[in-house]
Structure formats: C-alpha cells, structure tokens
Design a binder for this molecule. Structure first.
Ligand code: PEP
Ligand code: MG
Length: 587
C-alpha cells in the first residue's frame, strides 16, 4: 500500500482520519446469493411485493406532482409506470429467481445489466438517455426489497465518504445524520452546496481532487485535511501521528474561538456589528447561536425539498419554519424562498435539462413559473411568522417586475389567511437578494420596493466575473477582492444605506477575515455566514477600529489587483491591529 498525497480544495476545515468508503453509485448487488428450493415461493412473493410497493410510490409521487405543478412533469411517471407494468420485466425476474435459485436482489441486478447493454447499443441519443429512467425504476424496486436507506447510513457511519461527485440532495441525505467523518470528492468547488453543507455540519471536506476515486479503494486508511486541502492515502505511522497532533491542535483552537461567541459584537471604537448564521437545516439553529449568531441571516429553504423524495406539503414547510422561528425567537430569521435550479437540481420537479442552467430557470424565476408550489411556501412562511421574527428573502432577482409580482402574490395569500382567520405577521418584512449584476445596478429602485437587501456574493461574483463558482478549472479567477467586485459591493451597500434600508452580506465573503474587514470598511454591519466561521470573524472585527479600517479600505480601492489590495490591507491593518490576524491561517 503506497502513500499517496493528493491536493484539492479544502472546503470544510478540520482533520478526519479513518477508513474510506467509496460511493460508486452502483445501487445493485454484485453478490450472487443462492436460496434453497423451498424458499423460492417466498422470494417470488418478495419481488412481487416490491413491485407493488414501487407502483404505489410512483402513483403517489405522480399525484403529488400533478396537484402541485400540473400534468407536464407528472407525465414522466407514466413512463416509469409503463416500465414497471411491462410483463417481460416481472417474467424475467421470476425466471431468474426460479431458474437460477437466487435471491431477488441478484435477479434485479442481472436484469439491470441486461437493460444497460440494450440501451447502450441504441443509436438514438433520446432513447439511449431513457436508460436512466429504467435504472431509476429498477433502483426503486431494489430499495423496496429492503430498507436500503438504513443500510446506506450504516455503510458510511464513522467512515470517510469518497465519491466522484455528490448532488446536494444526496449529500443532505447521506451526511445530515452526522455519521460521516470526512468527505473527499473528485469534483466541486469552494461554494458548491455540498461544501456548504459539510461546513455547516463540521465535517472536514476536500473537493476538486480530480481523480481521488481512482486512487482509493473502500477500506483504505485516509486522512482528509479540510484546512489545507489535502488527502493522504494509507499514511505510514509517522504521518498519522503528525496529523493526530494537528487534529488535536485544531480542536483546541476551535474551543478557544467558541469562547469569543459570548463576547460583545463591538469593534474597538465601539461600533456595533451583527453576526448572523446561514443554515440549511433546522438542526443548525442551536449550533448557530452557540457560535455567537444573533439571528438566522439566511435559511436556504430548498433543503426542505432536497431531503425528501416527494414534494413537501404546506405542513412540512410550516413545521420547519415554525421550529426555526421558535428556537430563534426573538432573534430574526430570514427565510429565503426556494433557490432551485443551477447546481441545485430537484428530482421531484423533473425540471427540464437546460443548456446553461446557471443562466436558466432558477430562484424566483422558477417559483413564479410554479405558482402553486410558491403559494404553498409563502402561505407556510406567513403562518410561521406569528411570533413576528420571520422575514422573507427572494433569491436571484433580476428585475423589479419580479418583486412586484411577489408582492401581489403575498397580498393575495394574506387576504386568504385573513379570511380563514389564521394568525400571521401583517408587517412581515420582505427583502431581495442582490446576486445578479442587473439587480446590483438598480439597487436604489429595488430598495424602494422592499424592506431590506441581502448581498449574495457567491452568485454575484460568479455572474459579475463570469466564473462558474464550482468549476475548478476557472476557480483561480474567482476573486472576492477583485477591484470590480469591491466597487460593486461598496456601491450596493452605500445605496442601500442612502435609501434607509438594512443590508446584509450573506455570501462566503462575510466569512473571510480580509473580506469581512473590507465590508466593515464599506459600512456593512450585518454579516451572515456559516456558523463555524462566526467566532473567527467576531474575533477579527472585535480587534479593529471601524474608522481606521474604513480609511485603509478606501485607500486600498485605489489599487489595481486583488493581490495588491489584499497585501495592502494585511500590511496596514497588521501595523495598527496585530491581534486581528493572529488566527488568519489557522482555522
Ligand atoms: C450567494 O449567492 O451568495 C448566496 C448566499 O446564495 P447561495 O450560496 O445559496 O446561492
Ligand atoms: Mg445565491
């Protein structure tokens, strides 16, 4: 076993050490298990029962989708039902079970293999693509033979998950139970949602490793260093000891930082700032407050969808929102309406594949196209606002008409609730995310229509610099300190303040010490970020004078490159406030 060290992007800090489990996405067994002749009737019953259950699931899923978004996407399930009802499928399965005296799992895997071959041989691209529909149906049957979800949890428990890529939905399902020790992926970038989720849950993760899955076999011993972006395969004892020490240092440093959580959020010259938490799961509320958050600055509500296979009902939405609002009360909670599309695909919605999803139907665009879905969410948010600490946040706004449309809908839903005598906050604040450059250019106009603004720098930077934020080939261009970005963000903050509206930054920029200082210098006072970064940012901002930082940052904006700006800020602030940088590279 050779020692291999691979470099990637460390997206969630900390060190994980343990056994690797390779997620190959193969859902079917590779083991041929025989059954005794007298068990064959029972095995046939199992497969028939799994088929019936799958049919029920599909019918229910289809009805759900039809009632919420209409016939068009529901039509996909007609195709799935047809595959399921195809007599040759059941006949084929029964023949293998009885003929070869094997378990149903093996029969399914054989049938799956056969279909794969047939589909791959087709010359028509459209029909070749239908392979995934068949696989989907067969996988559903397979899961219905046993509780596959539980089996999967067990498999990854206390291990390091290695995969080519993880969709946010897969990641949410697999890692939300806190059992995975670490994550190593071939694909991905710093702000992919899988990375964000790993950070929220404190799971060390390295992504963008290109071919880690080729080097690792399940059972290999791994070190995932999420702080420095390194993965070490089968390290010798000396390296293990070295990283054990590094791990302990990291953990005790984390404890030290958490002490900061309880200290006041004030700069040296007594300027008040507010750290807020970005969360994806209601379970993170307590963690956010324990790290020093003074509210939930961003709840990414799409995670409600990503954690289930059917569409959430109004009650599902309401329960989640009310729980977050209650646990945070009286602190504010900004609930962002779903931001689906782009990298955040939703299997339940059967969204048409778009040639350029980042510029396609995502965020508020998708919500306004799926009115029933949006209305359900708005109703649930309004109902959860009865404690008066809930705010609505609209993602990916491009033009003012979208805001007017949301306001019209909000008005209608409020009238419905009034009629039904359901309590809610009549003055629930409405805000928009500034993530599209066009929205940034009309900040003044938008500010006049809403109660507050939230700058989503992750998307804003990617759209402004034309850099896909999860593409490791161009991630070197993704520079929050690019003078263009800084000028734009400064203009948004100033305009919002001129219009008398609150403004938050909720992108990753708020969590980076240098960027946070720059934002403070621009006059920003509300910083929303992944909870684990709050103590670090609090410590940095508490160690400086806001007026000195403002002067330095204004001077830095005369410079030409991100690098010059960064060096200038470090040099000048270090002279004035050496405390601010003590921990810069250590977390
Ligand atoms: C952002 O774009 O900065 C943001 C906070 O939204 P998300 O990362 O969820 O796209
Ligand atoms: Mg965004």
């Amino acid at each position: 076993m050779d020692l291999i060290r691979l470099r990637g992007i460390g997206v969630s800090p900390g060190i994980a050490m343990g056994e690797a489990v390779l997620s190959t996405r193969v859902l079917f067994t590779a083991r041929r298990e025989a059954v005794a002749a007298n068990r064959i009737p029972a095995e046939l019953k199992r497969i028939q029962r799994a088929l019936a259950r799958t049919r029920d699931d599909l019918v229910q899923l289809q009805a759900d989708i039809r009632s919420r978004i209409g016939d068009e996407p529901a039509f996909i399930f007609d195709a799935h039902l047809l595959i399921l009802q195809d007599k040759t499928l059941l006949d084929g399965l029964e023949r293998i079970i009885s003929g070869e005296k094997v378990k149903a799992e093996w029969a399914l895997s054989q049938v799956h293999q056969k279909y794969e071959k047939v589909f791959e041989g087709l010359s028509d691209e459209y029909f070749r693509q239908r392979k995934s529909d068949v696989s989907d149906v067969l996988a559903k049957i397979y899961r219905n033979l046993e509780d596959k979800a539980a089996a999967q949890d067990e498999e990854t428990a206390r291990r390091i998950l290695v995969a080519h890529d993880l969709m946010p939905s897969e990641a949410a399902l697999r890692i939300s139970h806190g059992q995975v020790l670490g994550i190593a992926l071939d694909m991905g970038g710093l702000t992919s949602h899988t990375a964000i989720l790993a950070r929220s849950l404190n799971i060390p993760a390295v992504v963008g490793l290109h071919d880690v899955t080729r080097h690792i076999r399940s059972g290999d011993y791994l070190i995932v260093d999420g702080t420095d972006g390194e993965v070490i395969i089968n390290p010798p004892p000396a390296v293990r000891t070295e990283f054990q020490g590094k791990r302990e240092k990291y953990l005790s440093y984390g404890k030290e930082l958490r002490k900061t959580a309880k200290l006041p959020s004030r700069t040296l010259d007594d300027v008040r700032f507010t750290p807020l938490a970005n969360i994806e799961l209601p379970e993170e509320v307590q963690m956010g407050f324990s790290y020093g958050a003074e509210g939930i600055g961003l709840f990414r509500s799409e995670f409600i969808f990503l954690q289930r296979t059917t569409l959430p009902s109004e009650e599902d939405h309401y329960e989640t929102y009310f729980r977050i609002a209650k646990e945070s009360h009286p602190a504010p909670v900004y609930i962002r309406t779903i931001d689906i599309g782009g990298e955040k695909a939703l299997p339940q919605l059967q969204i048409e594949q778009e040639p350029n999803p980042a510029l396609g139907l995502r965020g508020i665009r998708l919500s306004l196209k799926n009115r029933d879905l949006f209305r359900t969410q708005i109703r649930a948010i309004l109902r959860a606002s009865s404690l008066r600490n809930v705010r609505i946040l609209i993602p990916m706004v491009t033009e003012i008409e979208e805001v007017l449309e949301v306001k019209r809908l909000l008005h209608e839903v409020k009238a419905e609730l009034d009629e039904a005598k359901i309590k809610y906050d009549q003055h629930i604040p409405l805000g928009v995310m500034i993530e599209v450059p066009a929205a940034a250019a009309v900040t003044d106009l938008l500010a006049r229509e809403v109660d507050y603004l939230s700058i989503g720098t992750n998307d804003l930077i990617q759209y402004y610099l034309a850099v896909d934020r999860s593409n490791e080939h161009v991630s070197y261009l993704y520079k929050p300190l690019h003078p263009a970005v800084l000028r734009l963000v400064r203009a948004i903050i100033r305009t919002a303040q001129r219009e008398g509206k609150g403004v938050t930054v909720c992108g990753e920029m708020a969590a980076d010490p240098i960027s946070a200082l720059v934002l403070l210098g621009f006059g920003l006072r509300m910083f929303s970020m992944n909870p684990i970064f709050i103590p670090r940012i609090k410590k940095v901002l508490r160690a400086v004078e806001a007026r000195t930082v403002r002067r330095i940052v204004n001077a830095a904006l005369e410079l030409r490159t991100a690098r010059e700006i960064e060096e200038y800020i470090i040099e000048k602030i270090l002279v004035k406030h050496p405390q601010a940088f003590l921990m810069r590279h250590s977390s």
